[in-house]
Every structure is written in C-alpha cells, then in structure tokens.
Design a protein around this ligand. Structure first.
Ligand SMILES: *Cc1c(COP(=O)(O)O)cnc(C)c1O
Length: 372
C-alpha cells in the first residue's frame, strides 16, 4: 500500500500505469543474451528518417539554449503540409502529450470521456489523471467481419450531457482495426457539437488513404486530429507529435501546454522529416511486404490475425499467450502482451524488416511445435 495514497486525487488513486514494451537492453541484461529484437512498440524498423538525423547534428552546440517555445518553424512547415493555419496546430512531447493536454483542457471531476474497449491505453490514463470518468464502450465482436473494432453507433449512444470528449484511433492500437474515412465522417456529423471528437491518426502514414480526418476540420469545429512522428517517421525516442484543430481549441490546449514541451532536437528533426517523403514511402513499402510475410507465415502456423492497417498485427493464439511471449523472450524476441487490454490469448507484434520477421516466424514455429 502506498502511504500517501489518500493525498492523491481520486483519479490518480485508481490509476494503473501504462506498461511499455520491454526495452532490448533490459532483456539482454536479464537473460545475458545479445542480438535481440524488439517488435513490441510499433517503432520503425528502418530507424529514423535520415533527413531528421542531419538536422539534429547541427544543433548540438546550441543545446544550452531553450527551444523555441512556440515551435514556430515546425508549425509553419506542418501548416503548409496540411493546408491549415499555424494557429490550428498544437505541438506535443509525443502525441501522448497532446492527449493529456486535451484531458486537462476539457475534462475534470464530473465530466466524462467516451472511448472503445481495446482502445489505446493512454486515453483512460489521461482521462483518469484529471479525475474525469472514462466510459469504455464494448467493441464489436471478434467475428470474421467485425474483429474487435470500435462500435461507433454504441459510442454515439454512450455520449450524454456530461460527455466532453470522445476518442477514436483510426487505425486503432492494439487491434489494428479501422473505420473507413467516409463512415467516420458521417459519424462525426451526427455527434453533438459540444463534444470534442479526437481522431488519433498515429498510423495514418501506413494506411495509404488519400483522406484524413484533418480534411474535415473546417466542417467540424469540435474535431481534433492527432498525429505523431513516433511511427512512420521513426522518431519515437525524440517525443514529438501534434494536434490539428480549430484555432479556438488550439488556444485552450496551448494554455495548459508547458512552454518548452518539445525539445530543440525534436523540433528540428520533425521539421526536416516532414519533407522526407521518400523515407515515408519506403517505410510504407517495407511495412506492406512485412505485413504479407507475417500474415502468410502465421497462417501457416494456424495463428489467426486481426486485419490491420497499422505497422503491427494482433495475433490470436487461441491459448494463453504469456507462455508464448516468455518463450519468444528466451529467443531474443520482444513482442507485446495485451492481457492488460483484456486480450490474454493475443500478442501484438510490430512488423519488422524481412530478416526480423523471418526470425520471429522461425521462433514461433519452434515454440508452437510445428514440424517442417
Ligand atoms: C503510438 C501511438 C501514439 C503515439 O504516441 P507518441 O506519444 O506520439 O509516441 C498515439 N496514439 C496511438 C493509437 C498510438 O498507437
């Protein structure tokens, strides 16, 4: 028992911290092995965008200075890219930070936020940290056509007078499921205007979609779209993401944002990475072929996959997955258990390079006892 628990706010008292993927260094320390691979946190197996690396190298001598608190250059670059005003952009220390800003600005004791079962774990944490009530709406069933995706109709029904925010990740993590943009747009149009609708597009670069929810910002002033440099741009370690919204929403987010929440290296790296279209394209291609490789390989091992548009797959082992997770660790492979999400038979596996995927498949074949 924590001796200071009674001093904490009601939300914090019941908070369960986020469980991150196991770092490679930790596994190697524990097992005394080398050469392990992490396919646990949906990081880009190609590493960072090279343009980002170059941009950062020049900045080392300037690190005694605070970064630009307004992120002027990066916001200008993003504004051009999204054809939007710079004051519609809120920068975050990862998009995680932006999700927390949304909770701080719009939620508190007595208000509610709606999200789906199997949603990204940060939503309930952000909501609870400000002592608001999180409403988890049961996901669609695990049938062949529904696959644990968001039940948008039920989510709309769960919105009441006290609801201030609704979260939809498209595609979603950890399921990889998605809502077709046209359907999502219709759904948003039917929601009350006084509810902030957060569409989390952390995996958008992998979808290949022409449309993004950001296209509808003019139509829906209550819409907030979040993006990150952690996934396709390969900059998870730098922590930079952003929100696109009506400037009035951005104004509120910026009131609670720490002035120097995005560091100098991150600002410069992200600014350079935005224009590195070749890198994004290569990331998408490696992901596409890796997805196919894993899909075929896992199918051969009788492991079912939830269809995914992200850079990861959710594999259903139809048996408790922790022994498989542990056996993979001993083979130097870190994937992500999702028992904490209520999916004890599944593991989430990030799509790696061809070599990494092959190593995973070979290890699974050995562990699951498939001959040949
Ligand atoms: C990875 C991820 C994020 C991004 O987190 P960052 O804080 O930007 O690294 C946001 N939303 C979802 C659904 C994710 O999977």
């Amino acid at each position: 028992m924590n001796r200071f628990i009674d001093l904490a706010t009601p939300g914090v008292r019941e908070l369960r911290p986020y469980t991150p993927g196991k770092p490679v260094e930790e596994l190697e320390r524990e097992l005394g092995i080398a050469d392990s691979i992490k396919l646990a946190s949906n990081e880009n197996p190609l590493g960072p965008s090279p343009a980002a690396l170059t941009a950062m190298a020049d900045l080392a001598p300037k690190l005694a200075l605070y970064p630009d608190a307004t992120g002027f250059d990066l916001r200008r670059t993003l504004a051009r890219r999204h054809q939007i005003a710079p004051d519609a952009i809120t920068l975050g220390n990862g998009s995680n930070d932006v999700l927390v800003l949304l909770a701080q600005a719009f939620l508190g004791p007595g208000s509610r936020a709606v999200y789906s079962q199997y949603c990204f774990a940060v939503y309930p944490i952000a909501v609870q940290s400000v002592s608001a009530k999180g409403v988890s709406v049961p996901a669609l069933p695990a049938t062949a056509d529904m696959h644990l995706g968001h039940d948008l109709a039920a989510m709309a029904d769960a919105i009441d007078q006290d609801t201030r925010v609704v979260f939809v990740a498209n595609p979603n993590n950890p399921t990889g499921t998605w809502v077709e943009p046209a359907r999502l747009r219709d759904w948003i149009a039917g929601l009350p205007e006084q509810v902030i609708v957060v569409v989390d597009e952390a995996y958008h670069e992998y979808t290949g979609w022409e449309q993004t929810a950001a296209d509808w910002l003019g139509e829906f002033p209550n819409l907030v779209v979040t993006r990150t440099f952690s996934k396709a741009y390969g900059l998870a370690g730098l922590r930079v993401g952003y929100a696109l919204s009506d400037p009035a929403v951005a104004d509120l987010l910026n009131r609670v944002r720490q002035p120097f929440n995005v560091n100098m290296l991150a600002l410069a790296a992200a600014d350079a990475a935005v224009g590195d279209e070749a890198f994004i394209q290569r990331s998408r291609e490696v992901n596409r072929s890796g997805m196919q490789q894993l899909r075929q390989g896992l199918q051969a091992l009788d492991v079912d996959l939830v269809p995914s548009l992200g850079n990861f797959v959710l594999a259903d082992f139809a048996q408790p997955a922790m022994p498989i997770y542990d056996a993979l660790l001993r083979e130097g492979l870190i994937v992500r258990p999702v028992g904490g999400y209520g999916l004890p038979h599944h593991l989430r596996i990030t799509i790696g390079t061809e070599t990494q995927n092959q190593r995973l498949l070979s290890a699974l074949k050995k562990i699951l006892g498939h001959p040949g």
